[in-house]
Write a protein that binds this ligand. Structure first.
Ligand SMILES: NC(=O)c1ccc[n+]([C@@H]2O[C@H](COP(=O)([O-])OP(=O)(O)OC[C@H]3O[C@@H](n4cnc5c(N)ncnc54)[C@H](O)[C@@H]3O)[C@@H](O)[C@H]2O)c1
Ligand SMILES: [Fe+2]
Length: 395
């Protein structure tokens, strides 16, 4: 029997409740913090959503500065601009308010401000354990789970590479998890971010680094997401569905942060870097084909995932349940209107021309090594090819 060898890290405080963002000033107060720099994105500011974060601070007498130059798939150059703003002020914490992009930006700003140099100096497997300032994370998508992970994903603009950066410097001190903030998320982003959460839970569960802590969280997250993803997509203001998705996203974040992601994420980051497909959408494009290919490496685990998400019945054999996971994920993609790479507007010649480089970048990230079946570069290229044609036939 293998003995457990787990190294569990989580924020010191998770405040989880509808309306919890109104207690933001109390959360800061618990840690003696009072001079935040809020990190968000242009849409959160122009749409007024940022007020959900600024108002409770204003009531407590704080008038924080806002860094809102975050871009989706945050870049090293934006992080450098953020560090300049940190150095120009007198802040005692960063509040990441928004989807995964602003939260990841805040994390990377803290890491770069602590150690200097270039963002790529912190690329995994380097341990990015130091942050100049503590992070309070407030997710407005459900989601990346970034509010409780020890990861940040930053694009190296010179090399067109989405880098995984891992360490305690990226782990928030506290998170305020308030599903009411997600009522305004449009259906496309609801689907994409929801599939991202599901992928975190599934990959944490089948990963070679899975452990009893990550397993419990991953299974619970898959059950919640399986139950609620379609309703959250179809009925944006359904509170039960939004709450279920937010709980699932946070649990999935804790799960993969204490296990790992695997081949889907390894192959997804290069698609984001080269073709600017939203992160959850590129996961969704890959998920059925990569799961089908990976099944022989962990059939019993894929089968259990399939039962928990609700695709298979309790009495199904492992072989039947595992097969139903693949067909269930294909059905999700149809119901959630996930386009094939061609449908997203990617040119076939460009896709084919990048497959070899993307396969190398996927392997170099280390994530595919945690997959229950570890591919060669040639096998990854075959999977990219299959995703092109397989997904295209779904259109
Ligand atoms: N750090 C981690 O552990 C981790 C895990 C997975 C993914 N990621 C990274 O996170 C990023 C993706 O994050 P994301 O999927 O949350 O997308 P995002 O943060 O880029 O947001 C997507 C869009 O939704 C908008 N939006 C956000 N909240 C909204 C709301 N409440 N109402 C209306 N619109 C809203 C944003 O303004 C943006 O236009 C990627 O860079 C990905 O690589 C990080
Ligand atoms: Fe992800």
């Amino acid at each position: 029997m293998t003995m457990v060898n787990a190294n569990i890290a989580a924020p010191r405080l998770l405040l989880v409740a509808g309306g919890a963002v109104r207690q933001l000033a109390d959360v800061l107060g618990k840690f003696g913090l009072s001079r935040p720099l809020v990190v968000s994105d242009p849409f959160m500011v122009s749409s007024g959503h940022i007020q959900h974060c600024l108002e409770p601070l204003a009531v407590a007498g704080m008038t924080p500065a806002v860094f809102s130059d975050t871009v989706s798939d945050p870049t090293d150059t934006v992080i450098e601009a953020g560090v300049t703003q940190i150095r120009a002020g007198n802040y005692d914490c960063l509040i990441g308010f928004g989807g995964g992009s602003p939260i990841d930006t805040a994390k990377a700003m803290a890491i770069l401000a602590a150690g200097g140099g270039k963002m790529r100096d912190y690329k995994a497997p380097v341990a990015a354990d130091k942050g100049a300032l503590p992070i309070i994370a407030i997710p407005t998508t459900a989601g990346t789970g970034s509010e409780c992970t020890r990861f940040t994903v930053i694009t190296d603009t010179e090399r067109d590479e989405k880098m995984l950066i891992a360490g305690l410097g990226a782990l928030p001190l506290a998170a305020v998890v308030d599903y009411e903030l997600t009522f305004s998320v449009p259906p496309r982003t609801t689907a994409d971010t929801g599939v991202d959460s599901f992928t975190h839970a599934l990959e944490a569960y089948v990963s070679k680094r899975a452990n009893p802590f990550s397993d419990a969280l991953a299974l619970s997250a898959m059950e919640l997401i399986g139950k609620h993803i379609r309703t959250a997509y179809a009925e944006p203001r359904n509170a039960a569905a939004r709450e279920g998705m937010m709980l699932g996203a946070t649990q999935a974040g804790l799960a993969f942060s204490n296990s790992s992601v695997a081949l889907v994420h390894g192959m997804s980051r290069p698609i984001g870097a080269h073709f600017h497909v939203p992160h959850g959408l590129s996961n969704a494009m890959l998920l059925p084909a990569v799961t089908r290919w990976s099944l022989p490496g962990a059939e019993a685990r894929y089968a259990e995932a399939s039962r928990r998400v609700g695709f298979a019945a309790a009495g199904d054999t492992d072989a039947v349940a595992a097969a139903k996971l693949v067909t269930g994920l294909e059905a999700w993609n149809r119901e959630l209107s996930v386009p094939a790479p061609a449908g997203y507007g990617i040119k076939e010649a460009e896709w084919n021309g990048k497959m070899q480089l993307m396969a190398e970048q996927a392997l170099a990230s280390g994530s595919p090594n945690n997959n229950p079946r570890v591919p060669s570069a040639a096998e990854i290229v075959t999977l990219y090819r299959e995703v092109w044609t397989g997904a295209a036939s779904n259109m």
